[in-house]
Design a protein around this ligand. Structure first.
Ligand code: MN
Length: 233
């Protein structure tokens, strides 16, 4: 097959313990999925799950043991970190029941749902889409995917983020309002999930701004650490 322009490169994420990579199709994100974060954003934390998306090529893929780099984005004065557990879908499906969700999961990774908070807040006030605040270039750093059999009890793992060595976010995945299985049930009622889909499951409280030069280190117990530095554009 020939193309009239060069096709974009396929996006993929390394997998812990093997050379074959995980190819990425879509990135789904869950909004306000920890009660204390919902409260800090001015909500009660008792609403049904809701979703937004980022393009696959917004990923900043960071290899094991390395420090990634993400450029400080344009148009913002309030660039926020959101540490999140990421679920990698290995088997697709629609109308998946929570009880069956586990078999659709390939593995898990640590991700950052980076946010131009000032622009997101403007869009909220105006009732406009969040894309400019959430789905910009380099907005989705991710570390290597750990296959589920090696990941331990991710549903109750600690999740935390340090900026320049100081704690910013610290919680447990057990505090998700909608846990991973329930999230997959809701998400797959709205979209047919496919192999290669990623789900950013939401962030706990403590979101705040970073600036060029800051180094972010994120953990979910049992998974590969994500380390990334913000660099001047
Ligand atoms: Mn988020």
């Amino acid at each position: 097959m020939s193309f009239v322009i060069t096709p974009p490169a396929a996006v993929s994420v390394p997998v812990v313990g093997q050379t074959a990579r995980f190819p990425v199709r879509r990135i789904y994100c869950v909004g306000r999925n920890y009660e204390e974060h919902a409260k800090e954003m001015g909500f009660t934390g008792r609403e049904p799950p809701f979703f937004f998306m980022k393009p696959a090529d917004a990923l900043v893929v960071v290899d094991e043991g390395t420090t990634g780099k993400m450029p400080y984005p344009s148009l913002t004065q309030n660039f926020h970190h959101e540490i999140e557990l990421v679920v990698a879908i290995g088997t697709g499906g629609k109308n998946i029941q929570a009880a069956d969700a586990e078999k659709h999961i390939y593995g898990y990774a640590v991700g950052l749902d980076m946010t131009r908070r000032d622009l997101q807040n403007d869009m909220k006030k105006q009732g406009r889409p969040w894309c400019i605040g959430k789905a910009f270039d380099h907005s989705a750093p991710i570390g290597p995917i750990t296959p589920k059999a090696s990941a331990g009890d991710v549903n109750h793992a600690s999740i935390d983020l340090q900026v320049n060595g100081a704690d910013r976010q610290r919680s447990t995945v057990g505090k998700l309002i909608w846990n991973v299985a329930e999230t997959i049930e809701h998400l797959s009622a709205a979209w047919e999930l496919q192999p290669g889909d990623l789900i950013y499951t939401g962030t706990p409280e403590g979101v705040a701004a970073v600036v060029a030069g800051d180094t972010l280190v994120g953990h979910v117990a049992g998974l590969s650490t994500l380390k990334i530095q913000v660099v001047a554009a």
